[in-house]
Design a binder for this molecule. Structure first.
Ligand code: NAP
Length: 279
């Protein structure tokens, strides 16, 4: 059971259904998209630590847990599309990432699959990847070949764009006209949050689940393009000096958040909080 501590105090509820009841796929205004992010963090603000064995940043087992994963899946269940990073696909290809994307695989999550079907949503959310390098291993993309895969990029590298297009990926280029004049395939403009948000709207997506790390999160915050933050805080101090936080980039100004709900999970020693971004 979870103990609700905000907005109501002392109400209890089961873990299952806590986020699935939110109907995030119905939150967007007409002609808009609702974008929500989700992180698990330690009490000292780490979402990932550098793992020397993997040679990568990774979520430490000391905070990753099945109860948080249940809610991660409930949030995925309400998404038309998942927003992720090329680095995730590189980690996946190297066998260094958890297979994060399928919703409801396994008996434990079959209710989420059934819920999606009842809501008239596709079996799996589509996938939008942010990448400037376009270094996305095709082998990793095969794992999501049952849905639409798109890449948002500032790159003008035609060889890489063609390679992805041939693999069935739709490449959406940010501000193409400016770079074409340089004819320099290495030139990257970078993708803005506003560009991705407009692309999602143009593609008629209504709910988008941001599961990428701190750079992509910063990209969206910089343009005030993310609507909700779901944050699990695990009551553990991880320490470390090579760490990732929720936002590892400069922001034009401090981003204020408003608490919407808060649940205490005594069983796993963590708190589930939902915030809106103050715009
Ligand atoms: N604890 C948690 O809840 C949680 C959640 C998510 C991630 N993580 C962890 O955080 C670490 C980093 O995750 P991540 O790699 O997904 O994070 P990220 O830092 O958000 O993404 C990095 C990659 O995304 C692309 N990218 C970012 N911003 C871009 C922009 N504006 N335009 C174009 N491309 C952009 C770049 O790809 P290119 O290099 O191809 O250009 C970049 O290398 C991982 O260890 C992951 O496990 C933890």
């Amino acid at each position: 059971m979870l103990k609700q501590i905000y907005p109501q105090c002392d109400a209890s509820r089961p873990l299952e259904g806590t986020y699935l009841d939110l109907n995030l796929h119905k939150q967007a205004n007409v002609g808009d998209v609702f974008i929500y992010a989700n992180y698990i963090s330690s009490l000292d603000g780490r979402i990932a630590l550098y793992n020397a064995d993997l040679g990568e940043y990774a979520v430490p087992p000391a905070i990753a847990n099945g109860r948080d994963w249940r809610l991660y899946q409930e949030l995925a269940g309400q998404a038309d599309v998942m927003l992720t990073s090329a680095r995730y696909f590189r980690q996946l290809a190297a066998g260094k990432a958890q297979d994060l994307l399928p919703v409801g695989s396994g008996e434990k999550y079959s209710d989420i699959k059934a819920w999606r079907e009842k809501q008239g949503l596709k079996a799996q959310p589509d996938v939008m990847i942010l990448s400037n390098s376009l270094d996305i291993p095709l082998a990793a993309l095969e794992k999501v070949q049952d849905r639409k895969v798109m890449v948002c990029t500032g790159s003008t590298d035609q060889t890489k764009i063609q390679r992805l297009a041939q693999a069935g990926v739709r490449v959406i280029r940010a501000m193409p006209s400016m770079d074409e004049t340089t004819q320099d395939p290495s030139t990257s403009l970078g993708v803005t949050g506003a560009f991705v948000r407009q692309s999602l709207i143009d593609l008629n997506y209504r709910s988008a689940y941001l599961i990428a790390g701190p750079q992509v999160h910063a990209t969206f915050i910089q343009d005030a393009c993310v609507d909700a933050l779901f944050l699990t805080t695990h009551f553990t101090l991880l320490g470390g000096t090579k760490i990732s936080g929720l936002v590892d980039a400069d922001l034009p100004k401090a981003q204020s958040l408003k608490l919407i709900s808060s649940y205490l999970d005594v069983k796993e020693n963590q708190m589930f909080q939902r915030f809106s971004y103050v715009k």
